[in-house]
Design a protein around this ligand. Structure first.
Ligand SMILES: [Mn+2]
Length: 278
């Protein structure tokens, strides 16, 4: 069972006594890129660590899984990331047994920064068994591994979704949102087959099954808001912002009009189709 942590951009995968905490998009070291644009901010790494530790303690967590973009620098490792990222994980490992990362597009070259004991999963995601169910965990910048198409739940980050509203005087407010959606199985199968340059004649779900031996299901898709509250968001109700759109959303197989939006405190905003024009 997956539970939303009230007031926090975090999920608990409940396996009985000690649930697993799932978070995404910390972008450790993001202050550096702000400094390049003139905004000087002290390092936020250890504030984020304290937030995380609080959730660990409050929920008796023994295992933490990061759904990518743990760090901010992409192609090359920025100098200050060496010490910050390492000590972040070293300190986290002092209070939990297991720390795991499903890498995102910002996590290139992260391996040498990680202390022993941190497990790195495939960039295509990780199938987590939770009692009889499989929950597929991924970052969201790539297609999931084929086994992800059969999961009961698909959890990802990457998109940094926020809900944007304007009041009558033109003031803009943005709030991080949980996005819960479904895909059209035939459409997603077609898009994946097309992306892989496979023939798509006939029933795409059958074609997918005969090539990959996986039956495309109809998972509940959950998109995590960023754990780092200081990142710029992508307004899901404003189509002009497409910066973080991964292949799943780009394929248009996800039923966005019927996607359900919730604020971090649990407030249900409604379906996107009823909110988009505000
Ligand atoms: Mn990302």
């Amino acid at each position: 069972m997956l539970k939303f942590v009230p007031g926090a951009p975090a999920l608990l995968a409940d396996e009985g006594r000690n649930p697993t905490l799932i978070v995404s998009d910390l972008h450790l070291g993001f202050e550096k890129s702000l400094a390049e644009r003139g905004l000087i901010l002290p390092t936020q790494t250890f504030r984020l660590l304290e937030r995380l530790k609080l959730l660990v303690v409050q929920n008796d967590v023994r295992r933490v899984i990061f759904l990518g973009d743990v760090k901010h620098g992409t192609s090359k490792i920025l100098l200050h990331e060496w010490s910050d990222v390492s000590s972040f994980f070293t300190k986290l490992l002092e209070i939990v047994d297991r720390v795991e990362i499903v890498p995102g597009n910002h996590d290139g070259g992260i391996e040498p920064l990680l202390p022993r004991g941190v497990r790195l999963h495939s960039v295509k995601g990780y199938a987590m068994s939770l009692r009889e169910r499989t929950i597929f965990l991924m970052h969201g910048h790539t297609w999931p591994a084929v086994e992800g198409f059969a999961a009961k739940e698909l959890v990802m980050g990457h998109h940094h979704f926020v809900f944007e509203a304007r009041d009558s005087s033109g003031l803009r407010m943005r709030e991080p949102v949980w996005v819960i959606a479904r895909w059209n199985p035939a459409k997603v199968a077609t898009s994946y087959l097309t992306a892989g340059k496979k023939k798509t004649k006939g029933d795409p779900i059958q074609a997918f099954h005969s090539i990959y031996s996986v039956m495309v299901g109809s998972p509940q898709i959950i998109v995590l808001p960023t754990f780092n509250p200081m990142l710029a968001g992508t307004p899901i109700n404003s189509p002009s912002h497409q910066e973080h759109i991964g292949p799943l959303f780009r394929s248009k197989a996800i039923d966005l009009p019927n996607a359900e939006l919730h604020l971090l405190d649990g407030t249900y905003l409604g379906r996107l189709s009823s909110l988009a024009s505000r």
